[in-house]
Design a binder for this molecule. Structure first.
Ligand code: URA
Length: 234
């Protein structure tokens, strides 16, 4: 692929701006300053440095984020900081899809991927990827069987929706984990509302068999390995 197209795709600027970088001698390929902005490069093999930055490239990237409370799961937002705003270089050079949004006041495991088919596999209920949440409730937990068997909630379009069977583990009087298949708008909050309780704190702690990495501080990301990705679908 042409180096100007490659770097422009990675948000180093328009093709014209990349041409300027080449003219200024800011770009090296395998240690050699280049002067040809149409140079054919192999992203997987060549080491490309722009200014001080060694260009990082993978054909497909999937990240885990420990989403903090207070940021929105969106690519852009006029008012609020988004999860995309939290991603730094080198990953900020890629375009990510959010695989299963979390509410602004929800924290925990968020997966972001450049891979459209993986996105679909994670969020499609037919793929049977369970999402596990840690919930803190206003009132002591009761009526768990009702919740596990399925309750009627409103979905994002305000239509009645019966939740699929789910699994609940009580941790203490007001704290539990809930494992659900679907990802309807405010689903966990609405499920507990359906049994006349209220979620006061919500954290996603696993997607499939992939747990949130405890070492990730709120707002931090890490790239998932192939093994991690297999664990999502295990
Ligand atoms: N269910 C909710 O109610 N909110 C979330 O952020 C995720 C699941």
């Amino acid at each position: 692929m042409r180096i100007d197209k490659f770097l422009s795709n990675l948000k180093f600027g328009s093709r014209k701006e990349v041409h300027e970088l080449v003219k200024k001698g800011y770009i090296t390929v395998n240690g050699v300053v280049i002067s040809d902005f149409g140079l054919d490069i192999s992203p997987a093999l060549d080491q490309i440095i722009v200014g001080e930055e060694t260009v990082y490239y993978q054909p497909s990237i999937t990240l885990m984020m420990n989403k903090p409370k207070g940021v929105v799961s969106a690519n852009t937002d006029l008012l609020d900081k988004t999860v995309i705003d939290l991603i730094e270089i080198p990953f900020a050079r890629f375009d990510f899809n959010i695989a299963g949004r979390l509410d602004k006041d929800t924290e925990g495991l968020l997966i972001l991927t450049t891979d459209g088919s993986m996105l679909h596999q994670i969020i499609s209920p037919s793929k049977e990827v369970y999402k596990t949440y840690l919930v803190e409730l206003r009132d002591p937990l009761t009526r768990t069987e009702e919740l596990e068997n399925g309750v009627v909630i409103k979905d994002g379009k305000n239509m009645d929706f019966t939740t699929k069977p789910c699994f609940i583990k009580q941790i203490n009087e007001k704290v539990a984990t809930i494992k659900i298949l679907e990802g309807k708008f405010h689903q966990v909050k609405r499920m507990f509302e359906a049994i006349e309780n209220e979620v006061v704190a919500l954290k996603r702690i696993a997607i499939g068999e992939l747990p949130l990495d405890d070492n990730l501080l709120p707002g931090e990301v890490k790239e998932l390995s192939q093994v991690d990705i297999l664990n999502i679908f295990r």
